[in-house]
Ligand binder design. Structure first.
Ligand code: CA
Length: 234
């Protein structure tokens, strides 16, 4: 997979490129926002599978670069940021970033996030719209079946009525079982709003889903981070 690494620090870029190359990525390094946008022009070869975007760039604000990348291509963008405050993360997700990691990050976590966002995109397809693969296929999680087109959820064949937000929340987690979703990411995607005041609402919806599905262990709390769906045995 081709990967565009946008990073102005040559030492960081060299170390990261070596790791990524070892994991089979074909890495192109851009040292500025302008270089990154140049690299993404359509006539520069095979499309990139993912962009790793450092927010602290010398020439342009990383958020602005993210917005411009999103206007140009549907390639997933993972923001790499030292700004750990919630507000800037939400801002980035609203600008179309697919995920973010906060420096200093664990390489294993970064690789997992790269694989997760690239799985969500159909190779070769581009465009501003979200692309979910197999959107018509029901999601099967042991006894739980989630049907996206009809918004039906059944447990062992018995329909479980969910509210609109409960369904959206379950569908989000169920599309990537095992992957940890950060609280602010869930809030941004399900409630389409910013963090303040919504944290408690999220907890209430999680509790309600666990209870309605009668499977308290289905959604696991990852302390201090968020939630993940644990796929049960069939
Ligand atoms: Ca930097």
């Amino acid at each position: 997979m081709r990967l565009l690494l946008v990073e102005d620090d040559n030492h960081v870029a060299a170390a990261l490129s070596a790791v990524l190359a070892r994991h089979g990525f074909d890495v192109t390094h851009a040292r500025s926002g302008e270089e990154a946008l140049q690299a993404l022009l359509p006539d520069t070869g095979a499309p990139f599978g993912v962009v790793l975007l450092d927010l602290g760039l010398p020439d342009q604000d990383g958020f602005e670069v993210c917005g411009r990348i999103r206007k140009r291509t549907a390639t997933p963008v993972i923001m790499v940021t030292a700004r750990s405050d919630v507000r800037s993360r939400i801002h980035g997700l609203n600008l179309g970033a697919d995920d973010y990691v906060v420096k200093p990050y664990d390489t294993g976590e970064l690789l997992a996030r790269i694989h997760a966002v690239s799985r969500r995109t159909v190779p070769g397809e581009t465009g501003p719209e979200d692309q979910e693969t197999g959107a018509d296929e029901p999601l099967r999680l042991g006894p739980v079946l989630v049907e996206l087109p009809t918004r039906q959820v059944t447990v062992n064949g018995v329909p479980v009525p969910l509210t609109r937000k409960e369904f959206d929340l379950l569908a989000l987690l169920a599309q990537r079982p095992g992957v940890v979703f950060r609280r602010e990411q869930i809030i941004s995607e399900v409630w389409r709003t910013s963090w303040e005041g919504t944290g408690r609402t999220l907890e209430v919806h999680i509790a309600s889903l666990r209870s309605k599905l009668r499977m308290p262990a289905l959604i696991e709390t990852v302390r201090g981070v968020g939630y993940r769906l644990v796929a049960p045995a069939a």
